[in-house]
Ligand binder design. Structure first.
Ligand code: CIR
Length: 253
């Protein structure tokens, strides 16, 4: 069960955020409305939400998931592979420290963005992407091992982050897309393949029995509901324009 979440409000500078989506510029006002509904959904799932103020110096700073990994046993600040995002880490530190007094930290030459990390119980799958390198993953695994947890590296070549194409919904159920559909590391799971035209919904989020699903992906929504989950749709269009998915907008713990 999760009890807490940390989010950061979008900033006007989000128009300069990193993206390869080619979907046009986000509308800041609409993004704020969508972000408020996202927070409402977290609260509906029983979470107490810490809302951090926007940070104009960092266009991608609303995607807080990437700068820290918060587990039942420890908290690790990351070192993002994207240079424009590295300064976000120091701005999340004090908020995380209120919940986890003893913070761990990934350091150079390691790079990690926690969008590349998927938690399955006490095991953490770490995607090796353009943002997360093997040195970072090795550091992370060593830290996890000192906190009753394990980690393994996942080779990948097409996705921005591991969880761009994977979501663990508990109960052995795993949403997959693209290169993750047949990835050998996940053969033991009940895989639910998300069609290419709904690939954005492969990033959905299980919270305390409810699955948050981006709005506008009916096949994915139905497949998740058929697994027996309660679902809650959230409009995400403005964050999708920045390659940001549902999981990216919060730290849940
Ligand atoms: C970036 O490219 O870093 C942001 N525009 C999107 C980050 C999305 N985060 C995630 O998938 N965990």
């Amino acid at each position: 069960m999760f009890t807490q979440a940390i989010v950061r409000k979008p900033c006007k500078a989000m128009l300069d955020g990193l993206t390869e989506a080619d979907m046009g510029l986000p509308d800041f006002t609409l993004a704020c409305i969508q972000h408020e509904d996202y927070i409402a959904a977290l609260i509906e799932c029983g979470l107490k939400v810490t809302i951090l103020p926007s940070l104009e110096e960092y266009p991608d700073s609303c995607f807080v998931e990437d700068v820290a990994l918060l587990t039942p046993h420890c908290a690790i600040l990351t070192h993002p592979g994207a240079t424009s995002r590295r300064g976000e880490v120091q701005h999340i530190q004090s908020s995380v420290q209120q919940f986890y007094p003893n913070l761990e930290q990934i350091t150079l030459p390691g790079h990690v963005e926690a969008g590349d990390i998927m938690m399955v119980g006490s095991h953490f799958y770490i995607g090796l992407s353009d943002r997360t390198n093997s040195q970072g993953a090795e550091q992370l695994i060593a830290i996890l091992n000192t906190h009753n947890s394990t980690g393994s590296m996942v080779e990948m070549s097409e996705l921005l982050h591991l969880k761009t194409g994977l979501s663990y919904l508990e109960d052995n159920n795993l949403l997959t897309f693209g290169e993750m559909n047949s990835h050998p590391d996940f053969a033991q799971f009940n895989r639910i393949e998300i069609d290419a035209d709904e690939s954005y919904a492969a990033n959905s989020v299980w919270i305390n029995g409810t699955v948050l699903v981006p709005k506008g992906f009916p096949k994915a929504l139905k497949a998740i509901q058929q697994l027996g989950y309660k679902t809650r749709e959230i409009a995400m269009s403005e964050f999708q324009k920045l390659d940001g998915g549902l999981s990216c907008l919060s730290l849940r713990f």
